[in-house]
Design a protein around this ligand. Structure first.
Ligand code: SF4
Ligand code: SF4
Length: 358
């Protein structure tokens, strides 16, 4: 198996201290940045492996990846150009809070056509309630300034909106804000409890499945009442796609867990962002080549876990849309995804509104 998608945890550490952050990144005494030599070596290896395929994608995440600095990313795109086989379409996406996106960074992201996932939870009072810096100042003004810089240059921006206690009761306001500001794509991320990227931790969310389901249903109602063109909201779009037989964009509702590999700042490789443990680690790129990770017998095993569905999912009328959710979110092998109730309410609402095909 050699898939075409890598996610690189470029930086461990963050320049914000969001109230719901599930990692200890914002509390690290110093920022750890992926060695640029390792990053360029990963690119060289991946490009050699995808020869003959038409596309390859790199996701740059953190912590806050822009803390690696613009020169880091300039070396990245230079390496991509150097090692890409002829005819390969390269895509890069950057997930950022936007605080460090100045004019130079925005120019760079526009020139190299990065897709930017911008962390924004809604209007100022909602964003600043949860997404503060270490001095306690809200980030809304700086994140919106980044959005304006990027929009001015035609960069594709996807709003990454964490849904937590701060905005769970404000679905129509959140959606109305994104629509009014000109966001074309919105992705919702239910807030997870601290330590939730540890596989041994129970999949605890900061909002209940019932609350999240209520949020999704209200958002859907508000979305339907917007004038065209409406922002594309991933959870709605994925359900519409699945109901017409197409693959959803998010792995949670895909058939298998094989979206790509995740590479930590220190070179450790994992099959998924939510399985970063010694047990799940496929190896370290300082010791073993990337090809060996892609060929690991543990990858197909990991991918197939998704299909080992609890009885509730096998009997569920929404299985064709939900695909059993995320195995990571099953409190036990026999229990469905902790957000099951939310998915059921949301699909039920879509059905009631006549939005689903078949
Ligand atoms: S375990 Fe969950 S997050 Fe990981 S690839 Fe599977 S569905 Fe996605
Ligand atoms: S809605 Fe719940 S029971 Fe149905 S497939 Fe999804 S997780 Fe399983």
């Amino acid at each position: 198996m050699t898939a075409t998608s890598l996610m690189l945890k470029t930086v461990r550490g963050c320049n914000l201290a969001c109230s719901y952050c599930y990692t200890a990144d914002s509390a690290l005494p110093h920022v750890e940045i992926m060695d640029v030599g390792l990053a360029t070596d990963i690119i060289a290896q991946q490009m050699a492996l995808v020869a003959g395929k038409s596309a390859v994608s790199f996701g740059w995440q953190g912590g806050e990846p822009t803390l690696a600095g613009l020169p880091f990313f300039e070396q990245i795109v230079a390496a991509e150009a150097r090692y890409a086989p002829d005819g390969t379409v390269i895509s890069n996406d950057l997930q950022t809070n936007g605080v460090l996106i100045d004019d130079s960074f925005a120019d760079f992201l526009a020139t190299y056509k990065f897709l930017v996932g911008l962390s924004l939870d809604g209007p100022r009072h909602l964003q600043d309630a949860a997404r503060k810096d270490k001095a306690g100042r809200g980030s809304f003004g700086r994140t919106m300034a980044a959005f304006e810089r990027l929009a001015l240059r035609g960069v594709d921006v996807n709003a990454l909106c964490v849904v937590g206690p701060h905005n769970i009761k404000s679905a129509p306001e959140v959606l109305g804000f994104f629509a009014a500001q000109g966001f074309t794509h919105v992705q919702l991320v239910p807030a997870m409890g601290f330590g939730c990227n540890e596989p041994s931790a129970y999949p605890k969310y900061l909002v209940s499945a019932s609350q999240y389901g209520g949020f999704l249903c209200e958002l859907l109602q508000a979305w339907m009442s917007l004038r065209e063109p409406r922002p594309c909201v991933q959870v709605i779009d994925d359900a519409l796609r699945a109901s017409s037989g197409q693959a959803p964009a998010i792995c949670t509702h895909a058939n298998t867990c094989d979206a790509g590999l995740v590479i930590d700042t220190n070179g450790d490789v994992y099959p998924c962002d939510f399985y970063q443990s010694a047990l799940a680690c496929l190896g370290n790129l300082h010791e073993r080549p990337l090809l060996e990770m892609w060929q690991s017998a543990r990858l197909p095993d990991f991918a197939s876990r998704k299909g080992q569905l609890p009885a509730a999912c096998r009997a569920c009328s929404w299985l064709c849309l939900c695909r059993g959710g995320c195995p990571r979110n099953r409190p036990s092998d026999s229990a469905p995804d902790a957000l099951c109730e939310a998915y059921g309410s949301f699909y039920g609402k879509m059905d009631e509104m006549g939005l689903l095909k078949g």
